[in-house]
Design a protein around this ligand. Structure first.
Ligand SMILES: Nc1ncnc2c1ncn2[C@@H]1O[C@H](COP(=O)(O)OP(=O)(O)O)[C@@H](O)[C@H]1O
Ligand SMILES: [Mg+2]
Length: 239
């Protein structure tokens, strides 16, 4: 990405997106809502802390805007610095603050989150799981601690696996989300769903998500797991 293109995208973001976009994050356990998107911009996805947009005049760039009051922006920049170039991760081209919002210009990753693959019945090949495993190992070798790796933070892209959200990789302590997802892939997906995947209704997905959170919380309370607080200040929360 050349510097002039990044400077153009900064201008576009600071002049047309940030002053007008409306974002609401009432609860850090649920996705940020975006009631108003300025014309020309498109929402690529929303996490529990930020929403990500694209614009046809900023080709190849995804703009991640943190909801007011939600932390993590500086650390995410730092993680991208440590990751360097790897095919399974985005790159951070610029970090800024304007119209009272923190934002990052990231390399746009094209694909579908594994969460959406399940919702839509899109087959998830084994290669995707292997790629993500390899990418997480690479992050560990760079001194990072891959955390918060759940279905909305990983993507299928042309048969390969990508990691879209690295904002918690500087946190300490164990996180079993990816191992749990992988176990579900091996024990449930491969034997029952892989041959003929069918769309899983949103209420089932959300039920599994809440159930998972409840089980994790209960096992932590009963002392089975010693998971420290993440950037939400609570353990077991995903974003
Ligand atoms: N670089 C990117 N390219 C394309 N889409 C992205 C990119 N980063 C994030 N997204 C989309 O935006 C969603 C929210 O981004 P994420 O970084 O997970 O936010 P949060 O930190 O709030 O969880 C993701 O689930 C994904 O759908
Ligand atoms: Mg996320």
């Amino acid at each position: 990405m050349n510097e002039a293109k990044v400077a153009e995208a900064v201008k576009l973001t600071e002049q047309t997106l940030l002053p007008e976009v409306e974002m609401i994050s009432a609860d850090p356990r649920h996705p940020v809502e975006v009631p108003y998107i300025p014309s020309g911009w498109k929402l690529l996805g929303a996490g529990n802390y930020a929403a990500v947009f694209e614009h046809p005049e900023a080709e190849g760039i995804a703009v991640k805007v943190y909801a007011p009051g939600r932390p993590g922006w500086e650390r995410e920049c730092e993680v991208y610095g440590k990751l360097g170039n790897h095919p399974a991760y985005a790159v951070c081209y610029h970090a800024g603050f304007a119209a009272e919002k923190h934002y990052l210009l990231l390399k746009k990753l094209s694909g579908k989150t594994l969460y959406n693959c399940l919702l839509e019945g899109t087959p998830i090949p084994e290669q995707v799981i292997a790629d993500i495993d390899e990418a997480l190992e690479y992050a560990r070798l760079r001194g990072l601690n891959p955390r918060d790796v759940h279905g909305k933070n990983v993507m299928l892209s042309k048969g390969r696996g990508l990691v879209v959200d690295v904002s918690d990789f500087l946190e300490e302590g164990p996180c079993t989300m990816w191992d749990d997802l992988k176990a579900a892939y091996e024990r449930i997906y491969t034997p029952f769903l892989s041959k003929r995947p069918f769309p899983i209704p949103v209420w089932v997905m959300e039920g599994v998500r809440s159930g998972y959170r409840w089980i994790r919380k209960t096992s932590e309370l009963s002392g089975k797991e010693d998971e420290p607080a993440d950037r939400t200040g609570n353990s077991g929360h995903e974003h």
